[in-house]
Structure formats: C-alpha cells, structure tokens
Design a protein around this ligand. Structure first.
Ligand code: AMP
Length: 216
C-alpha cells in the first residue's frame, strides 16, 4: 500500500513553554486535527490514580522524562484510537529512541510523519513564560498570568503545574537540550523539519504554521 499523500501527521518539537500545546489546540479547532499530548494523557492518568499514572507521577513532578515504555503505551493507544488519521503529536517523541519507534510504527501502517514543526525560542523567554503559566486541570487549557489571565469563573480549577516550579523548570530545560533537541537533526535529515519563530505572538505563530504547512 502506498503512503497516503497530503495527510497532516505532524510532530511538534520545542522546549517546554514554547507554545506547542496552545498551537495544537488552535489547529485542532481550526482544522479538526487530533491533538495527541502525551503530557496531558499522563496528567489524566495521575489524576485518575491508575497504575500507569502512579508509576509516572514521580518522574513528571520532578521534571524528568517518564519511562519510554509507559509513554509509548499511551502514544500507541491514542494513535490507534484515532486510526492514525490526521494529528498533531505534542510532546512525543521526546527522545531519538521514541522517534525510531514512531517511525517503525508508522511504517508498519504504510503512513508517514508529514512534518516536524520546531518551535524556536530562547531559554530566558521560556523560563519567564513557565513561571507565569497556570493550567485548568479539568480542561487542560493553559493561561498566562499577565498575557492571558485565567477567567474568574474557572478559578477553582486553576493550578500551577508541579513541574512549573523553578527547580523542575531548570531540570526540564536541561533534559530538553540533552535528550530532545537531537530530534532537530533527526527530522532535518529526513527533510521534515519546519522551523517557526515561537517568540512571536500566538496568532503570528499560528499564521507561520498554517503558511508553512499549507493548512487551509
Ligand atoms: P508536557 O505536558 O508535554 O510538558 O509533558 C509533561 C511531562 O510529561 C514531561 O515533563 C515528562 O515528564 C512527561 N512526558 C510527556 N511526554 C513524554 C515523552 N514523550 N517521554 C517521556 N516523558 C514525557
């Protein structure tokens, strides 16, 4: 079976706080792409107290990567649930090993990743953003204390993620540079890398992505 042409199966790469989740949600509402966030799935498993959530909790709250096998189970389940239709993978893969597994999984279904969007942003901006970030733990929507304050009527559900505390932020950024950033070369070698300036406003970043990926 020949790989299907023109389907959007997109990977979002970029450090924590670079706006991947916000852009993925926007594209989901604009184009009906599935938003598959392994971080959101892990938080939901923790919230529900499942065995998988209990195994992952310590890693996540400390700002470390969860074990590959756990995250792969969730990624695989989500991809199969959506029948590998058009999607954005937000936060998966995060290591070269995960990327290789994803490639093999897609190959086994005769489909391919169509683009890897690389959110480029400097470290200081990310630290500033993450320390101002709040999340509605029920819907997963992100807010920013000054740029996008959480609405009053959601206040009982608004929290600071444990991994948005200064120590965990530092750890996550170091891990990003060591373990995830090599994926920039990995996808560049496959001619799939699409760089975007993630420091721009969220509407500008959205326009960049739509133009570069020819989403309409
Ligand atoms: P995120 O919501 O994408 O920032 O992810 C939150 C946390 O979930 C990360 O800091 C990791 O601890 C864990 N996580 C999410 N995706 C992965 C992944 N692909 N591999 C390992 N850990 C992950």
């Amino acid at each position: 079976m020949a790989p299907e042409k023109g389907a959007h199966r997109i990977v979002f790469l970029g450090p924590p706080g670079s706006g991947k989740g916000t852009q993925a949600r926007l594209l989901m509402s604009q184009f009906g792409l599935e938003h598959i966030s392994t971080g959101a799935m892990l938080r939901s498993e923790i919230e529900s107290g499942t065995p998988l959530g209990l195994q992952a909790q310590g890693y996540i709250e400390n700002g470390q990567l969860a074990p590959d096998q756990l995250v792969r189970t969730l990624a695989e389940k989500a991809l199969k649930t959506h029948d590998c239709q058009q999607f954005i993978l937000d936060g998966y893969p995060r290591t070269v090993q995960q990327a290789i597994w994803l490639c093999e999984f897609m190959d086994s279904r005769s489909i391919t990743i169509s683009a890897a969007v690389n959110f480029i942003i400097d470290r200081e901006e990310v630290v500033a953003r993450l320390s101002q970030r709040r999340i509605n733990y029920r819907t997963g929507e992100n807010f920013h204390l000054s740029d996008k304050p959480p609405p009053q009527d959601q206040s009982e559900y608004i929290i600071t993620r444990k991994d948005d505390q200064p120590d965990a932020i530092r750890k996550r950024l170091n891990i990003y540079h060591e373990r995830t950033h090599p994926l920039v070369d990995y996808y560049s070698d496959k001619k799939l890398l699409v760089p975007v300036d993630a420091k721009a406003s969220f509407t500008e970043v959205n326009e960049q992505i739509c133009n570069l990926l020819k989403l309409e």
